[in-house]
Design a protein around this ligand. Structure first.
Ligand SMILES: Cc1cc2nc3c(=O)[nH]c(=O)nc-3n(C[C@H](O)[C@H](O)[C@H](O)COP(=O)(O)OP(=O)(O)OC[C@H]3O[C@@H](n4cnc5c(N)ncnc54)[C@H](O)[C@@H]3O)c2cc1C
Length: 443
């Protein structure tokens, strides 16, 4: 496997202090593949993308095998912030319009909305209790000059999603339960909700197995080749022959599995801090009582939400390396930012902190479609940190592309993944990008 980060990124250390495993009673251990197996479809990666594809295909009567290097949800899907929201592309609407035209851009935005509805429907249909909360999501301006941007976004939401957003001026923030010296205004979009990401992904894994899919844990794909008209997937304990291959490895991808991926995705780290449960008095002292999922207007944004058990989840982008020193430094930075935004909680312990990899595309648009040059092979990735909804739906779209039944994939998601100019050295872009974003984010 040719991967981009330090070995620590692909091991257990970044999630040693994750909060999510403490919220589930028992995590089913899926045994590794042993020996030879044949299937119609082999899915590599058991996160939202792979499991959604596997679920739709198994329910369509296909013989599906899922190979997961660790266990279902081990990647970003079992460790994210749980914001099930609009998003997926990082390219602005203006860039989508000039590249794809008005109709395809509208289709793309409708797909973002459909993705949120898709997850809500899955939770309902499979009875997955995922501790949901929040009525849409709230964007907070960390500088007075960002308020104009909130108003522009409200117009964009009206135009592309036909929803009315609410803009809240600074004096009214406290009465809405958003009191913080950091913020100057808010915009609430009434689409999306928050969930427990691990409960959702484990529920998906159960649904895949119930639909007849075979799921192997501890089974990394280590080599990919052809055997006649079949893909031959080699793992440490056995091999799978399958007519159709789906690669659903996103931020944990390898540049050689398949080779087409080389240089086409850029893994970046995101990080999450979680407090102990706050008391009602502590919530009142800070003036933060809202259960809305929130993020701020920074390029290197913070995302946070008061969860149903009164713990605050506080996430932030950044960290250029995954090493013990970088992990400790990011944890300290997260804590400092948390204390600045919520000064009345400076005494509150934050026993949980973890990190993981998501993926960016060169053109800032996700990809969902065939792997060029590899017959009957498909992939979906690069959701720019918004993969709870979009990754789930991308998996569903892949299944629809394979069976010819189900929702259409809008043109922007089929446009391809351009190689980063620096190829295997593309991580060198991060210090430049973070410095530039840091300058933009200055008050
Ligand atoms: C800390 C953090 C916070 C985030 N917060 C949010 C959020 O609040 N909202 C949101 O929308 N998005 C968020 N994201 C992004 C979101 O989690 C991802 O976009 C989404 O989970 C991607 O799902 P996936 O199935 O494509 O990939 P993943 O969930 O990363 O799964 C890929 C899987 O592939 C497996 N794999 C890799 N290589 C192999 C191989 N060779 N053989 C077998 N298996 C392999 C990995 O073990 C992994 O389990 C966050 C991400 C992180 C890291």
């Amino acid at each position: 496997m040719r991967r981009l980060y330090e070995p620590m990124a692909y091991g257990a250390a970044p999630i040693a202090d994750s909060f999510w495993p403490t919220t589930v009673h028992a995590i089913a251990d899926h045994a590794p593949l042993q020996g030879e197996v044949s299937a119609e479809v082999a899915v590599v990666g058991a996160g939202y993308t792979g499991l959604n594809a596997a679920l739709a295909l198994a329910e369509a009567g296909r013989n599906v095998v899922v190979l997961e290097a660790e266990q279902p949800g081990w990647g970003a899907s079992g460790r994210n912030g749980g914001f099930c929201c609009l998003g997926g592309a990082k390219a602005p609407a203006s860039a989508l319009m000039s590249r794809f035209g008005a109709v395809a851009t509208r289709d793309y935005y409708q797909t973002e909305r459909a993705a949120v509805d898709h997850v809500a429907a899955l939770l309902d249909r499979y009875g997955i209790g995922a501790d949901t909360h929040s009525e849409g999501e709230t964007l907070l301006a960390f500088r007075p000059k960002d308020i104009k941007g909130l108003q522009d976004l409200a117009e964009e939401m009206q135009r592309f999603h036909q929803v009315k957003c609410e803009v809240v001026a600074k004096p009214a923030l406290a009465e809405r339960g958003f009191a913080s010296p950091e913020f100057h205004g808010a915009l609430t979009t009434p689409i999306g909700f928050a969930l427990n990401p691990l409960k959702y992904v484990l529920g998906l894994a159960r649904a895949v197995c119930a639909a007849g899919g075979r799921l192997f844990g501890g089974t990394p794909l280590i080599a990919l080749s052809r055997d006649g008209d079949r893909h031959l997937l080699t793992t440490p304990g056995g091999q799978v022959r399958a007519k159709v291959l789906i690669v659903a490895t996103n931020g944990y991808s390898s540049d050689d599995l398949p080779g087409w991926l080389a240089g086409r995705y850029l893994p970046v780290q995101s990080n999450v801090l979680v407090t102990r449960p706050l008391t009602e008095d502590e919530l009142i002292a800070q003036g933060w009582t809202s259960r809305q999922m929130c993020y701020d207007t920074r390029h290197l944004l913070h995302y946070f939400r008061l969860m149903p058990d009164n713990r605050m989840l506080f996430g932030l982008r950044g960290a250029m390396k995954t090493t013990p020193a970088a992990h400790a430094e990011t944890r300290a930075r997260a804590r400092a930012d948390f204390e600045r935004i919520f000064p009345e909680w400076r005494h509150v312990e934050t026993p949980f902190f973890w990190s993981g990899l998501l993926a960016l595309a060169r053109d800032l648009v996700p990809y969902t479609g065939p792997v060029p040059g590899l017959e009957n092979a498909w992939t979906a990735l690069c959701y720019h940190g918004n993969g709870v909804a979009m990754g789930s739906y991308a998996g569903r779209l892949l299944a629809a592309q394979i069976t010819g039944q189900g929702p259409d994939t809008p043109a922007p998601l089929r446009a391809g993944l351009r190689r980063f100019e620096l190829g295997r050295w593309r991580r060198a872009l991060l210090p430049l990008a973070y410095t530039w974003y840091g300058l933009q984010d200055r008050g």
